[in-house]
Design a protein around this ligand. Structure first.
Ligand code: MGP
Length: 195
């Protein structure tokens, strides 16, 4: 267990974390509409409940292709259409296939801890949630924020996020507005910001 995890569990066990969070699961069933494949698993507002949940669900690396987990602030649904997301965007980490068995679970946990531990200080207000996509072509992890025009906040979150994951300085990550992702005509969405 890394030091961040130990400290957070000691500090926040049975202590309320930032408001309340919801954990969602998406399983790709092509016979259904995208929204109908999305399920809220549970909500939690203490670190103790977070760890109980975390230890009782499959780690992302064990999920089948096409599945997602999302963790969002209570009251925000993990979709572009939600009023908190519709003007926002995401910092996107794309992982090479071989990272599923090395970095994926670790990156996801660090992402969750950045969120519930308010790792972005006062900028945490702009955080909506995070999503992990398990995909055959390569897995993805993203932090969603509420305002893609808020350059200072978005940039701060991106830099801090990269640092929290221990990504090398020279590795560039991109932020994309949901409006661009939702209307893209091919598999590439232009980056609005990079850090
Ligand atoms: P995806 O699951 O985010 O990524 O979007 P994937 O599977 O890697 O595909 P790619 O297009 O990024 O290469 C896949 C598809 O799911 C999208 O093209 C949409 O049709 C649908 N979808 C994804 N999201 C996050 C939403 C959403 O928030 N709202 C709606 N309506 N559809 C979505």
């Amino acid at each position: 267990m890394c030091i961040t995890k130990i400290l957070l569990s000691l500090l926040f066990n049975q202590v309320k974390v930032w408001k309340k969070w919801g954990l969602w699961f998406y399983k790709n069933d092509k016979s259904k509409m995208w929204q109908d494949n999305l399920r809220l698993i549970t909500k939690f507002d203490t670190a103790e409940d977070f760890w109980a949940l975390y230890h009782n669900i499959q780690p992302p690396s064990k999920l089948s292709s096409g599945c997602d987990y999302s963790m969002f602030k209570d009251g925000i649904e993990p979709m572009w259409e939600d009023r908190s997301n519709k003007c926002g965007g995401r910092w996107l980490i794309t992982l090479a296939k071989h990272h599923r068995h090395t970095e994926l679970d670790h990156f996801w946990l660090e992402t969750l801890l950045c969120l519930i531990g308010e790792g972005f200080g006062s900028f945490s207000r702009d955080i909506c949630g995070s999503v992990i996509n398990i995909r055959a072509k390569g897995d993805k992890i993203a932090i969603w924020t509420s305002n893609a025009e808020n350059c200072e906040t978005v940039t701060y979150i991106g830099k801090k996020y990269k640092e929290s994951l221990g990504l090398p300085q020279k590795l560039v990550i991109g932020y994309q507005a949901h409006a661009d992702t939702a209307t893209k005509s091919n598999s590439i969405t232009k980056n609005k910001f990079v850090v």
